[in-house]
Design a protein around this ligand. Sequence first.
Ligand SMILES: Cc1cc2nc3c(=O)[nH]c(=O)nc-3n(C[C@H](O)[C@H](O)[C@H](O)COP(=O)(O)OP(=O)(O)OC[C@H]3O[C@@H](n4cnc5c(N)ncnc54)[C@H](O)[C@@H]3O)c2cc1C
Length: 418
Amino acid sequence: MSSPLQEPIFDVVIGGGGLVGAALALALAHLDLRVALLEGTPFDDREQPSFDERTTAISNGTRRAFEALGVWARIERDATPIRRIHVSDRGRFGFARLDARELGLDALGYVITNRVMGAGLWGCLAETAVQLISPAHIVGMEAMEGARRVHYRAEGEATRTIDARLVVAADGARSILRESAGIRASTWDYEQVALIANVFPQRFHDYVAYERFTETGPLALMPLSGGRMGLIWTLTKTQVDEMDRCADAEFLARLQDAFGFRLGRFTRVGTRYRYPLALTRAGDYVAERFAVVGNAAQALHPIAGQGFNLGLRDAASLAEVLADAQQETGGQFDPGDGLWLERYRLWREADQANIVRFTDGLVRLFTQPLGPVKLLRNLGMLAFDLMPFAKEALSRLSLGAASRVPRLTRGAPLKHAH
Ligand SMILES: Cc1cc2nc3c(=O)[nH]c(=O)nc-3n(C[C@H](O)[C@H](O)[C@H](O)COP(=O)(O)OP(=O)(O)OC[C@H]3O[C@@H](n4cnc5c(N)ncnc54)[C@H](O)[C@@H]3O)c2cc1C
């Protein structure tokens, strides 16, 4: 604790420049703060784990935040709107629909590849005063008097350090920063794997996203440009190993069997990727001069497409807390002060609890093999289709309106106008 701080002392250092860390850096660039972003893998590297070929469904709230941050204009042409969502259970009578028009919306959300979002976010960041340090592989962190010190390594170089009043962990589910801060995380392994691929159906998707519950687990098809669909198929580890051994024709036949012919025949499949699925939750959102955002705070099952949207709300909330603190104090403020961090913690706890309960509950409900649960599911889905209120509740949850909504995701500027 006694060694002197190293100039410049940053107001905020963000560790991890994936989807959430990059969005947070961009939001903070709108405040008059000295900010640095450390990222292990350059954003345009093929190995960048946050910006791979996965497609992500973003909510209208996330789209509004992207608009406010100037990202949307760069990525809009690559985003496919979701006009309807169709939920069904293989071999059962229940199904449900959500329609954007019924809710007075243009779209329920948008589908976009992570690679495009990464390029958009980092493209915007390059035009700000945020200090971008990449490749910078974080190896640890220590507490200092009035600051935190982050240790990182660029390829082939000796370890360097950087000091900040506040360090934010955005380095994903296995966050080294979170561990260094002494925040424990619990992980529940779903013993499932998400198989991801682009598939080409005979019929045009007409901007409908499909979620189908099969014996193996949920299967989602998201509308993409050029008539393609982004497949996210949840399988057991054994099943996914088996699928890996299948040639494309055999794979497509199995997909056809699970999904049916609503979109005609599947004619082609692109490269297949796999992601093990777990629920990871940090024991706390904050520690001394430290906060966690995104997957470092919670990594969810992708069944309901909530992970990034929730992580973005973490970033938008933290940026808003700091913007308000700056305005309240007339600019002379310490961003690592526990008072602000406590505000952030209280805000995030409610939102996280809602979304985790919703997502985890959905996983459990739809992977239950028991008869009565299935019956409940069918009735639930039929009732859901007949109940506009239930639908509205679900879509409000998807829009992130279940708890206090950050200004950015409402499309309002981060700073209050005087
Ligand atoms: C199959 C699948 C489908 C999904 N679909 C959706 C969806 O439709 N909608 C949705 O909202 N969410 C979805 N998600 C969730 C979403 O992808 C994540 O919530 C999101 O990627 C979290 O972003 P993040 O920036 O917090 O973490 P990450 O994406 O994990 O990024 C962490 C970043 O930190 C960097 N890093 C890690 N360690 C270090 C270190 N030691 N030093 C320096 N840098 C480091 C990494 O290189 C990376 O850039 C899906 C997830 C999966 C697995």
